[in-house]
Design a protein around this ligand. Structure first.
Ligand SMILES: CC(C)(COP(=O)(O)OP(=O)(O)OC[C@H]1O[C@@H](n2cnc3c(N)ncnc32)[C@H](O)[C@@H]1OP(=O)(O)O)[C@@H](O)C(=O)NCCC(=O)NCCS
Length: 162
């Protein structure tokens, strides 16, 4: 898997991968209505991914994108980065692609001086982030649409000094 910065022409494939990952890997945790709403929200948010002051990366193989994800700077704290939109193609899940992509996301945030990484994790992703040494700091209720709340987790990790 080659990991590189996402380009504007990647956006349709990024959105397709996100939808597949959500409806396949998160439905058992949230149900069909919530995952459909989440996929809709993610598609609407796609245009913000490439112009957020941080970085957005894609991991690709011979047949297309395998993993995507990035970070954006916190508006107030110069040491905080928010990890966002980490997804792996369902047919490539549990083969280390998410871990490899996140290592690059962390390197990128760290190189920009942001050592305090935070994220809002869906409950299905908790064990993944815990395996990467993120810890839960609070629960979070994401009202994705009026009246439709996804229980999530605020997670955090302090990167070592380089
Ligand atoms: C969460 C997600 C990105 C993980 O990607 P992945 O490539 O499958 O993860 P990796 O193979 O790199 O897993 C790294 C480690 O995390 C843990 N892990 C990952 N998925 C897990 C699962 N479903 N159950 C238990 N542990 C899991 C394991 O310890 C794993 O190491 P191992 O396979 O050697 O045991 C992927 O499942 C996904 O896209 N989910 C749907 C979208 C989503 O929830 N994204 C996060 C939004 S906050």
């Amino acid at each position: 898997m080659l990991i590189r910065a996402a380009r504007p022409d990647d956006l349709p494939a990024i959105s397709a991968l996100q939808r597949e990952a959500i409806v396949t890997l998160a439905e058992a945790s949230y149900g069909a209505a919530a995952t459909t709403a989440w996929a809709r929200w993610q598609a609407a948010d796609a245009l913000t991914l490439l112009d957020n002051g941080g970085a957005f990366l894609v991991g690709e193989g011979p047949s297309g994108l395998i993993a995507v994800g990035g970070w954006r700077p916190d508006a107030r704290s110069p040491s905080v980065a928010w990890v966002r939109a980490v997804f792996v193609s369902p047919d490539r899940a549990r083969h280390g692609a998410g871990r490899r992509l996140m290592a690059k996301v962390e390197d990128s945030a760290s190189a920009a001086g942001r050592k305090d990484l935070r994220l809002i994790a869906s409950v299905n992703a908790r064990l993944f982030y815990e395996a990467l040494r993120y810890t839960v700091s609070a629960s979070h209720q994401w009202e994705i649409e009026p009246g439709l709340v996804l229980p999530c987790l605020l997670m955090e990790k302090l990167l070592p000094e380089r």
